[in-house]
Structure formats: C-alpha cells, structure tokens
Design a protein around this ligand. Structure first.
Ligand code: IVH
Length: 677
C-alpha cells in the first residue's frame, strides 16, 4: 500500500476530527464550511478508492448502513443513578444542612450545573474508541443506541489528549437545541406533518429510530457530566475536575457549570440561571447541585439509587394540561386571520396562561382539535404559549370541531385564502378594517420601530374606535387636550404621550422601514434594505430585480416590498409621515463606511445610560455589525451587570470586553453629537 495515501488519510481524519471538535464541541469553528467540505470530500474519495483503509473511527463512518431490526438490551456496568428533587429554598437548605452534619461540619464546595432536559446516555470507550452507547432505561438495563449516537458529531469516536484511560464510561444528556426544535416544528407544520411535542421528546424520538440515517438528520448534541466505570485511578478528585478532564478528552461539557464554597452563592447562581433560562439555547428543568469532592461524596453515599451528595433543584414546569374553552379569530396587521385558543387558566412557565396561539386553520386540523379537549400547553420564557398536542383519550362526547369563519370578525369583509397559502386574510386593507389599523399602529409604535413610549393597547384601541387615527401620520396631529378625554388618561399622561409621539419623529431609516409593517420585512430585512438603498426614495423606486440583489431578500420578500411600494394608498401614507416631520437625520452608512467598519460587536447584560437598542443603533451607525452571539469572529463585547455565558465565552476566546463607561467614551470619540441620546 502506498504509504503516502495512508498518511494523507490519517492527516485528513485528524483535521476533520479537529474541526468537528471546534465546530460541534467548542462552538468556535476555525474554517469555512466549504473548506471543511473539501477535506471531507477528499477523504470520502480516498476511502472509496481504498476500501481496505476504511476504519469505523473514520469521520466518514458516522452514519451506519442498513436499519436495525430492534435495539439490544444493555446491562450497565455501574447503575445510572437518578436524583433527589426539590423545588424550594428551604428544602435545599435542609439538604445542605444534612450534608454538613454527616460530614461533621466540614466545609463543602458545591458544583452547580444546569439540569438538561434531554435523554440520559452512557458512552463506553475502550482504548479511546467509542464501543457502546446506551440509554439509561430503568437505571440497570438500557438499550444499545450506538449506531444512532455515532451520528452525533459532538460525540467523539476517538478520544484525544495525553491522558486517555484504557476504559472510560461517560455519562451525559443528549438534547435538541431550542432553535433547532423550533425550526424542525416550523418545517413540519408547513408540510402538515407531525410536530415534536417538546425538545426532550424530539431527542428521545430521534434516538429511538431504527434507521440511523434518520437520527443523523436530526440536530442533536450532548453535554457530558459524569463518569461511570473506568480504569482504576483515572477519576479526578472533584466534580469540577471531572468536567475539566472530560473537556480535555474532547467531550462537550456545559460552560455554565460553576463551583461555590457557600450555599448562598449557589442560590444566587440558581437565580441568575433561571433568569437566563430562555437564552441558554437548550431546555433545562432546573439545576443539579453536587458535593464537589469525591471523598465527601463517598462518605455521603447513596440511598435507593439516589446519591445523597447531589440534589436537583427544579424550576417551574414549562408544560401543563388544561381545557380548551373556545377558539376565537384575531386579525393581524397584514389582515392575516389567526385562530387563538381560549384556555381554562393554568399555571405554566411561571405565569398563568389563558390564551395560546394556534397559527392557522391547518394547525387546528393537524392537532385534530375540538373545543372542550384537554390539551398540552407549552410556554417557554417570553414565547407565546402554544398548544402542542391534544391529550389522547380525554375527548368529551360534547366536544365540537372548530370551523373557520367566512367573514372578518373586525370589519365583516370576506376572508380569502389564496390557493396554496396557509394564511387566510381579511380582504379589506388597513383603511377599511379597524383590526388591521389597530395592529398596524401597534407595530408602528413598537420598541424596535418608532418606539413611542406610553402608547399602549388600550389607547390605540380608543384612537381607532373614535376614528381619530386612520394612518400613523395622524398620531402626530393629536393634541394633549384631545387625548385627555380618553378613558384612563389624565392630563399629565396625555401631555407625556404627546411629547413621546413628537420625540419619535426623529428616527433612523431602518426603523422607519421596519415600522411600515411591510409583509415579510422584519427588523433584519429592514436594516438590510436601508443599508442597500441608502435612502427611502431609492427603496420606493426599486423594481423586484433590484430588491432581490439585497442580501437575504428572495423573490417572495422582493414581491411583497415591491407591492407595498407600488400601492398608491401606502405611498400617500408614507408621504404624510414625512409631511408631519418624521425624519432620520443620520445618513445610513453602508457597511465598510464607518469608523467601526469590519468590527463585530456583541452587547450583553444591562446598560444604564443607554438602552441596549440605542447602543446597537449607534454602533451600527458607526459601521459596526452587531450580533447576538459571541464567536471567534466577534471583535468586541460590551458587558453590563448580569452578563453571563456570552461574557464567559468572550473571555475564553480572548475577545476584548468593554464596560458601559468605555462604550460611552468610544461613542463620544467617534460621534460626539449623540451620546446620551
Ligand atoms: S447527575 C449522580 N447532572 O437528570 C447522579 N444529571 O433526575 C447522576 N440530568 O438521569 C445524574 N442534567 O438524565 C446529572 N448536569 C446533570 C444533569 C443530569 C440532566 C438528568 C439525568 C439524570 C436525571 C436525574
């Protein structure tokens, strides 16, 4: 055999392994996707030409061949334990006090980790090679899911580093990231297919596939948090060091993990974690506190498969069942008619929920929803509560199917649903449909649009009902005297509102474009359109072909923008806005034109002098790109109080971090007119 070929194959495997580790474990890629693909294609071609050189550890061999007939049973070499749970501070303090007593009052350090809501697995490595992956099962016996787990590119097939034990069993949790869960469901919904009930079911269902090619197509990853059976003497002295050692071997470990000397500090960490629950990117159902030192763990021992040295602190559940009382139909800004579920109030995700979105009529059909059904409701963070499923077996004989309305509940115009579209719409425009007008005003005044403080739903409702405001420009003609006659609005608030409306006149072009509420044009698209065209006139006269040259604008968005800009009623409304003095004094700088061009900034934590939106606008004005997540490409991070994983990641990657004072100084230096705006 040609030694050069063997060498090239080895080099390619090592390079791909390295880049998989950067991308899937560290979330910090070093090369472009296309360059990675080239390496992978070269290896695939070499292995095809030399099949005798293929090895099971090659990165090309993650997806198995023929589907299996069933999963074999696996007896765990060491049981997979479960955890004692608590939900209150008192219970947590009781547990800790007991640990202290049992350890004769010795100081106890506690390792704190998010409790991932996924599927527990064990991974067995012999001589550094993945030999077995199994589910927890009943803790003693699980199922062999090796073929499926091999498809997860964050699971190393070969261990790296200087200290690879001959035998190592690693325990962790496989999960589906929230963004992937949402986009999977959005696609399934659009295709009229079954959706995943929650991310954990998504992970479990994906791992239960007999055909590993299906698992390979599912976006799963894992965090590792413990060691099972392993070579004598390998396991480090503390849980904190276990996580570090696992990281060195190439496993993905949770960057949120922290160790504290006092329970007070742990409780602060628990609170801070709960506050960031939604921005972690994965579902957690609480956190796990573990006595850090292994000798202390051993002294505390376990009772009935639950270690006494660990405690799960559970947060409020994000799912609950309740009854569907009715389905009502709401008309949105663009006339889209959306069914909304009225629910028997239920406590879920930390609040009482009595409404849930149903997206569209297809969703009702897909869920097979009847009024009176018992339904599973999910509310994660600020996301609008959703009905995920009808609870099987609980349908009352009186349950009634939901039917679609024929006329707009707001203006009575016919509802139309163009062939091939999922969205049904009121056929009247905003000029003739009060609901559309109201929603349009809400959007126009919202935080990311013209940001009119104090213009709440109740006021908008009245402004539309009294026909004082037909188009956004009418807002600027309202007087304090007139506003003071509205329900629940005193003289003082009326004066403040007029001032807030007046102040909103001065805005930016991206905000103005966003505020128009053009279908398909969200904040990012508005920004792209403003940057590309540089002026409103240029945008208004662009044809669809010109629109399609804007980054991320495809034929659908281009057609919507063009239709909007060609509509004489909309153009008149825009002209009226300019006539009442709405303006954007700053020229829109194209990327590459400002003093911060080429820089990629991330804002995290709280700011005091500036709002985060204002800071972002100013940075963009200076030519910087402002993004949400820290990566190797990030050039600067602004961190305020409460900053968490983004700050930690920036520090780990050696990215310069500024506080608010430094940001203000920098803004002042480049842009003296605007500080404090
Ligand atoms: S430790 C020593 N750590 O929670 C006890 N478990 O209710 C072994 N889980 O079966 C578990 N995140 O599926 C541990 N950071 C974490 C965890 C975690 C999620 C799950 C795991 C376990 C269950 C116990």
């Amino acid at each position: 055999m040609d030694a050069a070929i063997t060498q090239r194959i080895d080099a390619l495997r090592a390079a791909i392994r390295h880049h998989d580790h950067c991308y899937y474990v560290l979330d910090a890629p070093e090369i472009a996707d296309a360059d990675y693909d080239r390496l992978f294609d070269e290896l695939t071609a070499l292995e095809a030409a030399h099949p005798e050189l293929v090895s099971p550890e090659s990165p090309t061999q993650r997806v198995g061949g023929a589907p299996q007939a069933s999963f074999a049973e696996v007896r765990h070499s060491q049981p997979m334990l479960s955890l004692e749970k608590c939900t209150t501070r008192t219970e947590l303090e009781d547990w800790f006090a007991r640990c202290r007593r049992e350890l004769d009052g010795a100081p106890i350090a506690l390792a704190c980790e998010p409790k991932i809501d996924g599927v527990a697995v064990t991974l067995r490595y012999e001589d550094g090679r993945l030999r077995l992956a199994a589910t927890r099962g009943d803790g003693t016996t699980g199922e062999d899911i090796t073929a499926n787990v091999r498809t997860l590119r964050s699971v190393p097939l070969v261990l790296e580093g200087a200290d690879v034990p001959a035998l190592l069993e690693v325990r962790g949790e496989i999960y589906m990231p929230l963004a992937e869960f949402e986009s999977f469901n959005a696609r399934a919904r659009a295709a009229g297919q079954k959706t995943l009930v929650n991310p954990r079911n998504g992970a479990a269902g994906s791992l239960r596939q007999l055909d590993s090619r299906i698992t390979a197509a599912r976006p799963l990853t894992l965090f590792c948090y413990a060691v099972g059976e392993c070579s004598p003497g390998w396991v480090p002295e503390t849980q904190t060091e276990v996580l570090q050692a696992l990281g060195k071997l190439g496993f993905r470990v949770n960057p949120e993990a922290a160790c504290f000397e006092s329970l007070d500090d742990c409780e602060r960490w628990l609170e801070a974690l709960l506050a960031r629950r939604q921005s972690l990117g994965y579902a957690i159902d609480g956190a796990v506190l573990k006595v850090d030192r292994r000798d202390q763990q051993a002294r505390l021992g376990a009772v009935t498969r639950k270690p006494r040295w660990a405690m799960a602190f559970k947060y409020a559940a994000e799912e609950a069942t309740t009854r569907l009382i009715a389905v009502e139909f709401q008309v949105g800004r663009t006339g889209a008619v959306t069914p909304v579920a009225r629910l028997e109030p239920v406590f879920v995700g930390g609040v009482t929920v009595s409404n849930a979105t149903l997206h569209n009529m297809d969703e009702i059909a897909r869920l097979d929803l009847c009024v009176g059904d018992t339904v599973l409701v999910r509310r994660a963070g600020d996301v609008i509560p959703q009905i995920m499923a009808v609870m099987p077996g609980a349908r009352a004989p009186s349950a009634e199917p939901v039917s679609a309305p024929a006329a707009c509940p707001s203006c009575g115009s016919p509802i139309v649903r163009p062939e091939g579209e999922v969205v049904a719409r009121c056929s009247a425009g905003p000029a003739r449909c009060p609901a559309q007008r109201r929603e349009g005003l809400r959007h126009f005044s919202s935080r990311l649009a013209l940001d009119i403080d104090g213009l709440g739903d109740r006021i908008i409702e009245q402004l539309v009902a009294r026909d004082w405001v037909r188009e956004p420009a009418d807002l600027y003609r309202l007087t304090a005297e007139r506003l003071a006659t509205l329900d629940r609005l005193g003289d003082r608030s009326a004066a403040n509102l007029v001032a807030a409306i007046a102040a909103s006149r001065e805005t930016t072009l991206p905000r103005f474009i966003y505020a128009l509420g053009i279908r398909e044009v969200g904040e990012a698209t508005a920004q792209a359109l403003a940057l590309h065209f540089g002026s409103l006139d240029a945008l208004l006269s662009a044809d669809p072909a010109a629109l399609e040259t804007v980054p991320d604008v495809g034929p659908v968005v281009a057609a919507e923008v063009h239709a909007y800009c060609s509509d004489s009623e909309r153009r008149a409304a825009i002209a009226d806005l300019l006539a009442v003095g709405v303006r954007w004094p700053d020229p829109v700088r194209r990327e590459g034109e400002g003093p911060l061009s080429g820089e990629i900034w991330v804002l995290t934590g709280a700011l005091e002098t500036l709002t985060r939106d204002a800071a972002r606008d100013r940075l963009r004005q200076l030519g910087a790109t402002v993004t949400d997540s820290v990566s190797k490409k990030t050039t600067r991070v602004v961190a305020g109080p409460g900053a968490g994983s983004k700050l930690a990641k920036a520090e780990a990657l050696g990215i310069p971090v500024l506080d608010e004072a430094a940001l203000l100084e920098l803004l002042e230096r480049f842009d003296p007119d605007h500080v404090g705006a």
